[in-house]
Each structure stands twice: as structure tokens, then as C-alpha cells.
Design a protein around this ligand. Structure first.
Ligand code: KG4
Ligand code: ZN
Length: 334
């Protein structure tokens, strides 16, 4: 059975073709260069880019899978959460294609796609597992009891982890998106140089706004009168110390959640799951506790349509379908 997956919730236009749960193709067209000069995603520009790119991206995904539209048996698309105009492009395209082809249509929650992404490469993970979902829009810890049952254990009370990266990068006059840039700088800095707060909250909730303020206060000490920073500011140390604070918190809460639930398998998902320290430290912590960590490869951590196609396929296997009068939603809990 061939599933076409479509993802347009933010600034990546993506399409993928799966044969059952196996990825035949996964194409992602990033808009980063367009939004970079504005320091963040401009929603209206994102919608227009999706409109321009959606058909070429779908055609490329079909071509790489050696399939044509008439071979497709199911269409899955992200319908929430995200930028409403951006979501509309994917959802309208998916509905039109499903109607024209006479095939079923499934609407998928973006967060569910991320949580299931590890199964693309590790189909035998099996349930239950603990999923840490860390991206630009979400930071949450889930007890994945079985397919479709995602018990929220804790989430951020303010910024998402990726959002904290993007905001701290902005404070340091670094380009958008901040995550990859800060991660690279952090690798050359001293994580113990500055003692940034760890934002420890009760239970499994996270908070990153205090950390962001601490970074702002630190760098303010080095602001020179004419714009820019004076040369005494060690940006690499700031990046490394900030990264250590974020990663320590994410690792600690995830391991605590696994211990408390008795679940021995951990999945890390979302754009921040590409972070080098998070990958390394989570692996070390899981190994120490005898737990198994499943890390999707970079291509399946960032926004992609293969994870959406997989979620759609699994819902369809349970006999579910979405109605063609469904509308996208900007926000929606998992
Ligand atoms: O999952 P994603 O591609 O899109 C959303 O659904 O939000 O995640 C994008 C986020 C951005 O905030 C970006 O700065 C962050 O992931 N990110 C990183 C890294 N690569 C991307 N954060 C930390 N370290 C990285 N290496
Ligand atoms: Zn995402």
C-alpha cells in the first residue's frame, strides 16, 4: 500500500511516499534562506513559498519512489498545529488530491508525526516508550503507551526548547535558526564557564524563560556603546554554558520520567533532537541506567513528511479516515 505524506506546518515544504511503513522517498524543501533575513519565520511568506513548492516537491517525491499519483492508495497531511496559512496549503492540496484520486484522506497531528518518527528507522521499538519531543513549537514529555495513546507527563510552561535557542541566538546577533549555530559554537566553548540557572520545576514541566533572561543579563554586561559586543564577550562559552543548561534539564527530566513509569525505552524527537550534546548526553544517561535510546537520524528529527505518512498509515490500519470538510488548526493539543 502506497501512502503520500504532505507536511507544510511551518517553513519546510515536504512530501514523502511510504510503502506500508517503509520510506520510498522523503523530500524536504527548506525556506530558511527566505526567512533568515527577517530573523524568524514570516507567516505570509511561508504560505506563498508552500504554494510555489508543493507540487514540485510532491512530483519529486513520487519520481524518487518510481510512482505516479494514480499508484497512491492513501493521502496523509499535517493539519495541526502550525501556521494557519501554511497548513492550509498542505491540507487543501491533500484534500484535492484525495478527492480527485478517490482515495482515503487522513489528517495528522504534527507532534504525533515527530513522536512516531523513530519508528521509521526502528520499526521494532514496540510500546511503551517515553518520548521527549523538542522542537521550535513544542517541548513535552510523553508516555507513549501504545499507538495513538500519548500521555502528557510534562511540558514547557513558557518557551519551547528550540524557541529558546532561536531567542538566545538573536540576543547574540546570530542568524536564524539559532539552534544549529549555537550548537556549533557550543562545541568549541566551555560548558562550565558561566553558571546559568537550570529552571528546575516540580514534576516533568520545563521552563526556559529564566535561562533566556540570564543569558540576556550576561551579554548586556558586554554591550558596547556603539552597536555590537565588546571583544571580551566569549560567545562560544555563552553558547556552551547555555546549551549545558538546556541539555541537563532535558536529560534529567526524561530519565526521571522513564524511572518513575518503569519504561526502559526512550525516543527523542523534533528539530532540537539533532543537537549534538543532547544526543551524546542522553545516550550516556540512558546507558548508565540500562535503558535503550532511539534517536532518529537528522532527516527524521527535522520537519519531514515521512513521519506524517507513517502516522497516517497507522491510523488508516486502525480503520480511521478523516472527512474532506476538515479544516486545519493553528493550535491543538496532542
Ligand atoms: O522540528 P522542527 O524542525 O520544527 C518545528 O516543528 O518547530 O524544529 C525547529 C527548531 C528550531 O527552533 C531550531 O533552532 C531548532 O529546532 N534546532 C536546534 C538544532 N537544530 C535545529 N536546536 C538545538 N540544536 C540544534 N542542533
Ligand atoms: Zn516539527
Amino acid at each position: 500500500m502506497l501512502t503520500l505524506g504532505i507536511e507544510t506546518s511551518c517553513d519546510e515544504t515536504a512530501a514523502a511516499v511510504l510503502e506500508d511503513t517503509r520510506v520510498l522517498s522523503s523530500i524536504v524543501s527548506s525556506q530558511v534562506e527566505i526567512h533568515e533575513k527577517y530573523g524568524g519565520v514570516v507567516p505570509e511568506l511561508a504560505s506563498r513559498e508552500h504554494l510555489k513548492n508543493i507540487m514540485p516537491v510532491i512530483r519529486e517525491a513520487l519520481g524518487r519512489a518510481s510512482a505516479s499519483l494514480k499508484d497512491i492508495n492513501l493521502i496523509a497531511v499535517t493539519y495541526a498545529p502550525g501556521l494557519i496559512g501554511a497548513l492550509l496549503v498542505g491540507v487543501s492540496t491533500a484534500k484535492a488530491a484525495a478527492y480527485a484520486l478517490g482515495v482515503p484522506f487522513i489528517a495528522v497531528h504534527h507532534g504525533e508525526g515527530h513522536i512516531l518518527a523513530a519508528q521509521l528507522e526502528y520499526p521494532d521499538i514496540g510500546y511503551p516508550y517515553i518520548a521527549l519531543l523538542v522542537s521550535g513549537g513544542h517541548t513535552g514529555l510523553y508516555h507513549v503507551q501504545e499507538f495513538g495513546t500519548y500521555k502528557l507527563l510534562g511540558q514547557t510552561r513558557d518557551d519551547a526548547a528550540g524557541e529558546a535557542y532561536d531567542k538566545v541566538a538573536k540576543l547574540l546577533d546570530l542568524p536564524y535558526p539559532g539552534g544549529p549555530v549555537l550548537d556549533r559554537l557550543a562545541q568549541e566553548g566551555n560548558p562550565g564557564a558561566i553558571k546559568f540557572p537550570r529552571g528546575r520545576l516540580e514534576g516533568y514541566d520545563f521552563s526556559f524563560s529564566g535561562l533566556k533572561t540570564a543569558v540576556r543579563n550576561h551579554v548586556a554586561l558586554f554591550k558596547s556603546k556603539d552597536a555590537g559586543f565588546d571583544s571580551k564577550l566569549n560567545i562560544k562559552d555563552v553558547a556552551a554554558s547555555f546549551q549545558a543548561a538546556v541539555v541537563d534539564t532535558l536529560v534529567e527530566k526524561t530519565i526521571q520520567a522513564a524511572m518513575a513509569t518503569g519504561v526502559r525505552k526512550i525516543v527523542v524527537a523534533g528539530g532540537v533532537a539533532t543537537n549534538s550534546s543532547l544526543r551524546k548526553n542522553m545516550k550516556q544517561a540512558a546507558d548508565e541506567k540500562g535503558m535503550t535510546l532511539y534517536l532518529p537520524s537528522m532527516d527524521y528529527c527535522i520537519d519531514n513528511a515521512a513521519m506524517i505518512a507513517l502516522a497516517g498509515y497507522l491510523h488508516f490500519q486502525r480503520g480511521e479516515q478523516s472527512s474532506l470538510d476538515l479544516n486545519p488548526r493553528a493550535s491543538m493539543p496532542l
